[in-house]
Design a protein around this ligand. Structure first.
Ligand code: ADP
Length: 169
């Protein structure tokens, strides 16, 4: 059984086996959670990102966590919201699935996710929360080996949405 939790806070402070970054296809760093992870983790993360070179939307790659309390950073690239008819839902679900797959391959049992795509990529928060929770639940039912998945919400609205969803069903 995998425990699924929601907390409000800054993902760079989380001591999980892996924290997930909402990256861009160039793995070039940026604002939001991506910027926060690189700032707090130091240059070793970007050095590995440069070597990897990039990551398509919906896929995931793994690097060191540098100076962060986590052991590894999994970088996944969420879809940019373009109205909902550009495979956004499928691509967002893939982010969660591919990140968890990568965690399992690397023997990482606790994984913390930010609310991928709900910042500058503009995915509607309620819909994104539904996709995230459903995908993680399905994956953890079908795959053994994950102890805990933590949704780390930075803003009140996301925290509210995740808390309600997780407590209601
Ligand atoms: P995207 O480009 O995927 O939309 P953003 O970083 O702009 O990525 O936003 C994704 C989510 O990450 C947003 O809900 C934002 O509030 C949240 N966020 C920003 N900083 C942090 C942080 N330090 N820890 C956790 N979540 C964060």
């Amino acid at each position: 059984m995998t425990t699924i939790e929601v907390i409000k806070g800054d993902i760079t402070k989380i001591k999980a086996d892996a924290i997930v970054n909402a990256a861009n296809e160039q793995l070039a760093g940026g604002g939001g959670v991506d910027g926060a992870i690189h700032r707090a983790g130091g240059p070793a993360i970007m050095a590995e990102c440069r070597q990897i070179g990039g990551c398509p939307t919906g896929q995931a790659v793994i690097t060191t966590a540098g100076n962060l309390p986590a052991k590894k950073v999994i970088h996944t690239v969420g879809p940019i919201w373009k109205g909902g008819h550009h495979r956004e839902e499928e691509l967002l679900a893939n982010c969660y699935k591919q990140s968890l797959k990568l965690a399992l391959v690397h023997g990482l049992c606790t994984v913390a996710f930010p609310n991928i795509s709900t910042g500058v990529y503009d995915y509607p928060k309620k819909e994104a929360a539904n996709v995230a929770i459903q995908t993680v639940r399905d994956f953890t039912k079908e795959n053994e080996g994950l102890e805990k998945v933590i949704f780390v919400c930075f803003d009140d609205e996301n925290y509210q949405l995740y808390s309600e969803h997780l407590s209601s069903n």
